[in-house]
Every structure is written in structure tokens, then in C-alpha cells.
Design a protein around this ligand. Structure first.
Ligand code: C2E
Ligand code: CA
Ligand code: CA
Ligand code: CA
Length: 278
């Protein structure tokens, strides 16, 4: 068969006898991309759906491949996660966020909280917490970072991840559960974790407000967040009727193409300048 199903249900297309070669070449391409500076960050606004005020940014990785053009993370993150290269990417993302935040601050811009995505493998590393805190110290990111972890990563291995999350929380890192509702969550466990943000998976927003089931789920997660003292962020807001629904249900934050697409740092400058002066 020409397909090999990897973890996370990802399918890597390979010619059978060449599989190791294929994987090797992808890894070496990623390694080259890193040394040649082909990775970039795009920034998506997280806003109050009621008035559009900017509250946070989410940093999203892109690969500017000279041959293929802009490669989206869904095409290489799962692979990097499987091979362990995600650790190097994770380090690069933190460095990139640090450099960009420093550049914005040099220009007198007020930088809001920045959310970075952390994949399950990164979270499982015993030294993840220590390395993240070190990066925060070295790059002046204290009180500025949100770490987004997926529901499954957050729930999978409490013995290992809880101490790390507690350590980050104590250091002022905000913890968000990404794609909430798409996986399995233990509500009793959620209550004991140092989690401040629930990001409602965008698959639910798609049916809002005409489809009763996803609409009920979105409403329930907004209420659950508020009951647990957490902040709900609705993802994937593309239409005005979705925005209006979120406002009506009291959802504090939202993200989506309607409210702001992910853009390169230069394109974000006017928005940051408008958001506040130091
Ligand atoms: P995510 O963390 O759920 O990020 C949100 C994704 O939804 C982004 O896709 C964003 O561009 C897209 N999006 C935002 N608003 C809308 C909308 O209104 N409609 C639709 N259809 N999509 C919207 P992107 O940038 O392609 O990233 C895909 C995934 O790749 C992310 O999902 C995240 O899991 C992963 N990822 C991105 N950057 C990184 C990174 O630096 N590190 C790691 N470990 N994973 C990353
Ligand atoms: Ca995310
Ligand atoms: Ca998400
Ligand atoms: Ca996702």
C-alpha cells in the first residue's frame, strides 16, 4: 500500500520500499527550512465579539517554501510531532514570538497576550516547563504568554502534565484548552487543572445558530466556562450571525476570519497602534 497511517490519524504518502527515504527527506527538508529561515509566524487577533477590541493574539506557524509557496501547519506539524522535530519547531516559535514582541515594543506598541500552540509531545517532555520558563525569562515574555494545549493532550497523562501546568501557571503563563469539545474531557479533572481558557472548537461554530445541537454545545461551553471561572473563546467565527449569537450568549472572546484573519506581523502593526499607546 502506498499509504502509511501515522499517529493522530495522519496519512503520510510513501512508496513502500522508499518509506524511510521519504520520511528522511521530509525531516531533512524541515531541518533545512529551519536553518534557511523559511518558517514564519502569522498572527490572528482574539477579540471581544461585542465591540471588536483586541485582547490577545494567536501565533500560527507557516512554512514559506521557495518551491511550493506558503505551506500550512496541517501539512507538517503532525509529521514533526511524529518524528520529534516538533521540539526544534517549538523552540523556534518561542524565539520568533520573543523577537517580534521585542520589535513591537521598540516601536512603542502595546503588545497583548500572545498564545502559542504546544503539541502533546512537547508537553510530555520532562524539561518542557523549565525550558519554557527559561525562554520567557530570556525573552522578556513574563506575563505575556498563553499556552494552548489540545483537550486530549491535557487529559491524557495527568501524573506527568499536571505538575508542568502548575509550574507554568505559577509563573504567570495562561493555560488554554484548544479545540474544546472535539475530544473527551473529564469535567471533574478540568475543575482541578490550572486552566483559564476554553477554546470552543470551530466545528461547533459552523452550525450556529441554525443547527440546534452544535448551538446547544456552544451555549453549554460558554456557561461552563463562566461557572468554572474560565474564559471562553469561540473559534472559527466567519459570519455576522455567528458573532451576534456569541454576543447574545455573553461569550467574552472570539476568533475567526470575520473578526481578523491570521496575518504577517507588518500587517498587524496598524491594529496594535490603534489598540493602545504605552
Ligand atoms: P488551531 O490551534 O486550532 O488554530 C486555529 C486554526 O484555525 C488556524 O489554522 C487558523 O488559521 C484557522 N482559522 C482561524 N479562523 C478561522 C475561521 O474563521 N475559519 C476557518 N475555517 N479557520 C480559521 P492554521 O494556522 O492552518 O493552523 C492549523 C493548526 O496547526 C492549528 O490549529 C494548530 O493545531 C497547529 N499549529 C499552528 N501553529 C502551530 C505551532 O506553532 N506549533 C504547533 N505545535 N502547532 C501549530
Ligand atoms: Ca490554537
Ligand atoms: Ca483550535
Ligand atoms: Ca485544531
Amino acid at each position: 500500500d502506498a499509504k502509511a497511517a501515522g499517529r493522530n490519524g495522519v496519512t503520510v504518502y510513501t512508496g513502500d520500499p522508499h518509506e524511510p527515504l521519504e520520511r528522511l527527506s521530509m525531516t531533512s527538508r524541515l531541518r533545512k527550512a529551519l536553518t534557511r529561515g523559511e518558517f514564519a509566524l502569522h498572527w490572528q487577533p482574539v477579540v471581544d465579539p461585542a465591540d471588536g477590541t483586541l485582547h490577545k493574539l494567536e501565533a500560527l506557524i507557516r512554512w514559506e517554501d521557495p518551491f511550493r509557496g506558503l505551506v500550512m501547519p496541517d501539512e507538517f506539524i503532525a509529521f514533526a510531532e511524529e518524528t520529534g522535530f516538533i521540539d526544534r519547531i517549538g523552540d523556534w516559535v518561542l524565539a520568533g514570538v520573543g523577537d517580534q514582541v521585542a520589535a513591537w515594543r521598540r516601536d512603542g506598541l502595546v503588545v497583548p497576550r500572545v498564545a502559542v500552540n504546544v503539541s502533546p509531545r512537547q508537553l510530555r517532555r520532562p524539561d518542557f516547563g523549565r525550558r519554557l520558563l527559561q525562554a520567557i525569562g530570556e525573552r522578556g515574555l513574563a506575563g505575556l504568554l498563553t499556552v494552548e494545549i489540545t483537550e486530549s493532550a491535557a487529559m491524557a497523562d495527568p501524573m506527568r502534565t499536571d505538575p508542568v501546568l502548575q509550574e507554568l501557571f505559577a509563573a504567570g503563563v495562561e493555560i488554554a484548552i484548544d479545540d474544546f469539545g472535539a475530544g473527551y474531557s473529564s469535567l471533574s479533572r478540568l475543575r482541578t487543572m490550572p486552566v483559564q481558557v476554553l477554546k470552543i472548537d470551530r466545528s461547533f461554530l459552523r452550525g450556529v445558530p441554525e443547527d440546534p445541537e452544535p448551538t446547544a454545545i456552544v451555549t453549554a461551553v460558554i456557561e461552563l466556562s463562566s461557572a468554572l471561572g474560565m474564559e471562553a473563546v469561540a473559534e472559527g467565527v466567519e459570519h455576522e450571525h455567528q458573532r451576534a449569537f456569541l454576543v447574545q450568549r455573553g461569550c467574552p472572546l472570539a476568533q475567526g476570519f470575520l473578526l481578523g484573519e491570521p496575518v504577517p506581523a507588518e500587517a498587524l502593526r496598524p491594529l496594535l497602534a490603534a489598540a493602545g499607546t504605552p
